[in-house]
Design a protein around this ligand. Sequence first.
Ligand code: SF4
Length: 77
Amino acid sequence: MADKTIKVPENVPGPYYVDNECIACELCVDTAPAHFKMINDGQPHAYVFKQPENDQEKDACDDAMGACPVDAIGDDG
Ligand code: SF4
């Protein structure tokens, strides 16, 4: 389960986030490219660059959360 106390700093404010357990597999970016991006400075990891604004976008973020192999994506909404 993702932990909001260890969010990566690049996440934009809002319910969805990536925490620092991310192993940079890029599955979330493949699943929801309108919401997740990789950053390759220092330790590579994903982050949320755009929060969902409708049910379709929430579904995409939920799919990414389900795809994450290490449960590094959280929904604090
Ligand atoms: S799916 Fe999970 S582990 Fe893979 S890049 Fe995204 S947040 Fe990181």
